[in-house]
Write a protein that binds this ligand. Structure first.
Ligand code: CMC
Length: 391
């Protein structure tokens, strides 16, 4: 073989060519299929963005209506999924449950595995877009001891997600346009981010021609970690801890800078963004608006703003180009919407779903080879075998 170069964390290694998301970390630019994230967050809805990411163009009215209709036709899951859900302990983390249920969908939909034609891919795609919100809502409701039910096909995609999550038994669910708008925006901001850890996972698992649902389940597991999607839960827990500890942000800044302390300022720093995260700018503004529109006063918003201000003036953070990322303010909005902290990363997964699908589809359509990195071996040289009696 040739010379193998090692690049831990793939900091300078490209894994593919892609026409989906453009990201310039120095300038803080993020575009899906050429459209600025700021425009999409302001003007599009989540389903339009999903279509755009997956198929490359913004849909016209008929295309969007057909896409939505095809998704709605697939928004029922096998009743046995409820039995699987029943078997989890109440303490189970929703991300583990979601990954398991997503994988389980493969068993109930075996025809979605061998998808070599675009038509079969389309079927698998609308299936998962229809069923995933059911899994998301049920994961939360089961934990809360609430009855499981299906949504309302007369509603929009995001409206239906909210209703499935929050409808109380024997009560009419009233959609709040502020909440719908905020969730739409959050999901759009999370919808794709080129070759991040979970997306690379989906592509590499999918590159073995494992099915779409199995590839997505792996992506969910990758997203779970606190250095990636799990950061949104970790941020909120950190902000709560700081507040309970008297709101002394300086103490936590010192901990974050202390190299002998494993504590990191969660929601700060990014592998690619080295000036600002454009999603964080949009989310910070949205957090202010949502809290004021809903009339929620949350003291942890002040803790967050205090931390941000201090970090932006601190040479440790400035020198290392550490800025608030997308997850720094998202949890504050989720919390104002009444979503439990343990569900935050699940909401991220719901948002990232179209991105994972788009990247998987692109990889398969481009007939990319199986992902198989090499290594540099640093272990023992050849050794003579020792019988167990001599060890
Ligand atoms: N708090 C304190 N120090 C930090 C932080 C932080 N949050 N992030 C990075 N550093 C330091 C790090 O210790 C290192 O210092 P030194 O050069 O002295 O050793 C330097 O900054 C570079 O960090 P790195 O870990 O080499 O950078 P990376 O590109 O490998 O990691 C990161 C990027 C996002 C994993 C990291 O910044 C981090 O752990 N942040 C906190 C977790 C977080 O918010 N993750 C969400 C990321 S955005 C959404 C998503 O991906 O899901």
């Amino acid at each position: 073989g040739g010379i193998i170069t090692i690049d831990p964390g793939y900091k300078n290694t490209g894994s593919c060519e892609s026409a989906i998301t453009f990201l310039d970390g120095e300038k803080g630019i993020l575009r899906y299929r050429g459209y600025a994230i700021e425009d999409l967050a302001e003007k599009a809805d989540f389903l339009e963005v999903a279509y755009l990411l997956i198929f490359g163009e913004l849909p016209n009215t008929e295309q969007l209506a057909k896409f939505h209709k095809d998704i709605k036709a697939q928004s029922v899951v096998d009743d046995d999924i409820k039995k699987i859900l029943d078997a989890f302990p109440k303490s189970a983390h929703p991300m583990g449950v979601l990954a398991s249920l997503t994988n389980a969908l493969t068993a109930f939909n075996p025809s979605s595995v061998n998808v070599d034609s675009e038509e079969d891919m389309y079927k698998a795609i609308v299936k998962i877009l229809g069923k995933f919100p059911v899994l998301v809502a049920w994961t939360m409701r089961k934990k809360q001891g609430m009855p499981l039910d299906y949504g309302d096909s007369s509603l929009g995609y995001v409206e239906n997600v909210l209703k499935m999550m929050f409808k109380q038994p024997n009560e009419e669910y009233k959609l709040n346009p502020i909440v719908v708008n905020a969730l739409d925006k959050l999901l759009i901001l999370h919808a794709d981010h080129e070759q991040n850890c979970s997306t690379s996972t989906v592509r590499i698992v999918g590159s073995s021609h494992a099915g779409l649902f199995a590839s997505l389940a792996s992506g969910i597991s990758a997203l779970w970690g606190p250095l990636h999607g799990g950061a949104n839960q970790a941020v909120l827990e950190m902000l709560e801890a700081i507040q309970e500890d008297g709101g002394d942000t300086k103490k936590y800044m010192a901990k974050a800078k202390d190299k002998s302390d494993p504590f990191r300022l969660m929601g700060f720093g990014h592998r690619v963004y080295k000036n600002f995260d454009p999603r964080a700018t949009i989310i910070k503004k949205a957090a202010d608006e949502v809290l004021s529109d809903l009339g929620v006063e949350d003291p942890i918003l002040d803790v967050a703003k205090g931390l941000e201000k201090e970090a932006l003036e601190d040479s440790y953070f400035v020198d290392r180009k550490l800025y608030p990322n997308v997850d720094f303010y998202s949890g504050i909005i989720y919390r104002a919407m009444g979503i439990p902290v343990e569900m935050f990363t699940v909401m991220f997964a719901l948002g990232r779903l179209p991105g994972w699908i788009a990247q998987w589809r692109e990889m398969r359509l481009r007939k990319e080879p199986i992902g198989r990195p090499r290594q540099v071996y640093i272990g023992e040289n050849h050794r003579a075998f020792k019988d167990i009696s001599e060890r």
